[in-house]
Design a protein around this ligand. Sequence first.
Ligand code: 9WN
Length: 409
Amino acid sequence: MSDLDAQARDILRGNDKGGYTVPTHGLYPYQWNWDSVFAAWGFAVDDLPRAWAEIETLLAGQWDNGMVPHILFHQVDPSYFPGPDVWQGTGPVPSSGISQPPIAATFVRQIAALDAANGAAKMRALFPALLKWHRWFYQWRSEDGAIVVTHPWETGRDNSPDWDPPFAAIDPVGIDTYQRRDTGHVNQDERPRKYEYDRYLYLVKLGADSGWDERYLRQVTPFRVADPTMSFTLLRANRDLLAMAAELGEPTDEIATWIAAQEAGAQTLWNPDIAAYDTCDLRSGAFGGGVSSAAFLCWYAGIHDDRMLGHLERIMSAETYGIASYDPDHAAYEPKRYWRGPVWAMMNMLIAMGLHEAGHTAHADAIRANTARMITENGFAEYFDPRDGAPAGGRSFTWTAAVWLGWAS
Ligand code: 9WN
């Protein structure tokens, strides 16, 4: 075992709270949805029971309506804001009121493939909750097959320039005074600005005051944006759910209907002005206007669309480390500020998985080698500066360690 493998394992063990894993201590002291799935993938390398436990704990937070929250607050911890008192989630475990990219079905299948003894039984046990969660997306968040978000935090790409146009239309009146905690852990130049936090909290208050009523929010929220992260991860996850259903002898028709609708819906995210997949603000009808790393999840979604290859090659060669979370040639690019430019190892893994499956193996291998070098030289940071790989955000980060163990090493 290499020294880095040992470090990555230590990070996973160190962030393990017993049944669930925190992304990193201090900055993020709770269970996050897609972080947890990556953690399970990392554990699966040498501890399959622990991998399954991570997914089971996550799905135990599922709401009656099927939604699986983006944060589960198992134990209150004042080092993070906003906590359960602000969110007022209505599920079985104190939680936020929004979801996150649904990568679980995809990685449940991957982990099951590693588990000859129990994989099939685990898939059978988890299938109903996954189906119910995907049905929630289709019921409340599908607009002609494109998947919409009601909060930037739902996409996992919190302060991407994609949200600048819809945020400009929000006047965050009526929010309570608040004290951020994130900038006590991380340099404020690497985090979202107050402008964004005011609007994040405005949208949380709107949701909490409604009791997280999706029907009502669909009518009133100023933030309803079709998003490639959600659209592509759910499309991919539905393909995996369909394969699971077939293997288990469960009905496949409903899932097949979702997939067909989503394949058509994905094309509504094509912005001809930039010749790329993009966000689309359903309130104004306007596209986001720039190329984010989420656009390169098209191959992961099974859309073998080589129109994105030119952008991929351009963005990969623009900086030493790729893939920048936002286009380095765009005026809004900020290489140190969170989702406005930095590289995220787990996005690289998802993008490269898709490229590999689509037959673009040289591109996939280049991304993997570049990610491995970035981690080897700079450690297991939350994200990295594309220009020189300088580590940014939190350290000893769960998903960076998991991606190292399961893919990059
Ligand atoms: C809000 C935990 C999460 C990730 C997101 C990332 C960041 C939270 C925050 O951290 O978001 O959900 O407080 O900044 O953007 O992708 O899941 O690692």
